[in-house]
Design a protein around this ligand. Structure first.
Ligand code: ADP
Ligand code: MG
Length: 299
């Protein structure tokens, strides 16, 4: 059975998470409350960031939103995750699969766990296309090449024939972007999409993600431990700490005038990264200047 969405749901917010709580087993008897009451909204066309240090619960939140938490009776999800008004907490595997097919395209950190090693790239991108396009060989190949090019892969025909291990890390990440966007999803959910790449490739892949999302008019939820990544790519940001949101607001406001000490600490760690001279992705120039000034004062 497939779930059908009625047009009147278009008035509902795309993503509306309320008081989400997730606990996961960590041993025979032990469990961890990875998410402890988190609320988050993504509207149509919005770009939203979720930042926080490693272990703060960002990926568990992202996996909960994609219906990809480990399958175990000991994994408990409470609260509410509404996708276009549909309550997904308690939904079955098929309903989640429908959401992933129709609504949410995902770009994760480790493309090799996501890609099938034995299948050609073209076949994997084609799986995102509507059935009618997939049935017609010329239409299918044309669409596959178009989405690979949109994701910044120049020799699309050769990439389509390749297997995942034949591509570089940056190219594989672009393939994930192509697969995500070929579904024409309402939301792209990107969890540390470039963390595994070196700095120059990272900023190029981020720019591609930025362009692709803009051109398709897709909403973006960008998860990163790196404030610099989120600064250049999002309009609004949530700061997560120990399973909770500690601060939220327009990205510029949060970066210019953080209200929570934890956000300040995250900003300080960005500054110490820039001290080694590495180029940061799109930190607004005035903020960069302010961070430098602060560093000078501290010295
Ligand atoms: N599958 C899992 N089983 C048990 N604990 C997990 C699992 N995934 C994550 N955790 C724990 O949940 C907490 C949050 O993890 P995660 O969401 O991955 O953090 P982040 O993405 O912010 O770095 C961490 O303490 C982590 O060890
Ligand atoms: Mg993570």
């Amino acid at each position: 059975m497939t779930v059908r969405y009625e047009p009147d749901h278009a008035t509902e917010p795309l993503i509306d998470i309320k008081d989400l709580r997730v606990s996961l087993p960590t041993g025979e008897r032990d469990e961890i409350d990875a998410v402890r009451g988190l609320s988050l909204v993504v509207a149509d066309g919005e770009r939203v960031g979720l930042v926080g240090e490693s272990g703060s619960g960002k990926s568990v939140t992202g996996r909960a939103l994609a219906g990809l938490l480990p399958e175990s009776p000991r994994v408990r999800v409470r609260g509410s995750i509404r996708v276009r008004g549909h309550e997904m907490v308690g939904a079955g595997a098929e309903e989640w699969a429908t959401i992933r097919r129709q609504r949410v395209g995902m770009v994760f950190q480790d493309p090799l766990t996501f890609l099938n090693p034995t299948m050609r790239i073209g076949t994997q991108v084609a799986e995102s296309l509507p059935k009618a396009v997939r049935r017609d060989r010329a239409a299918r190949d044309g669409a596959v090449h178009e989405f690979l090019e949109l994701a910044g892969l120049e020799n699309a025909a050769a990439v389509a024939r390749a297997h995942p291990h034949e591509l570089s890390g940056g190219m594989r990440q672009r393939v994930l972007i192509a697969i995500a966007i070929a579904k024409r999803p309402d939301l792209v959910l990107a969890d540390e999409p470039t963390t595994a790449l070196d700095a120059t490739v990272q900023s190029r892949v981020l720019r591609t993600l930025d362009d692709t999302v803009s051109r398709m008019g897709t909403s973006l939820l960008l998860i990163s431990h790196d404030l610099a990544v989120v600064a250049g790519m999002t309009d609004r940001v949530y700061v997560m700490y120990a399973g909770r949101i500690v601060e939220q607001g327009p990205t510029r406001r949060v970066l210019d005038a953080p209200e929570h000490p934890y956000t300040e600490a995250l900003l300080r760690s960005v500054r110490s990264l820039s001290d080694d001279g590495s180029e940061l992705y799109s930190i607004p120039p005035d903020l960069r200047a302010r961070l430098r000034e602060e560093a000078d004062h501290a010295a």
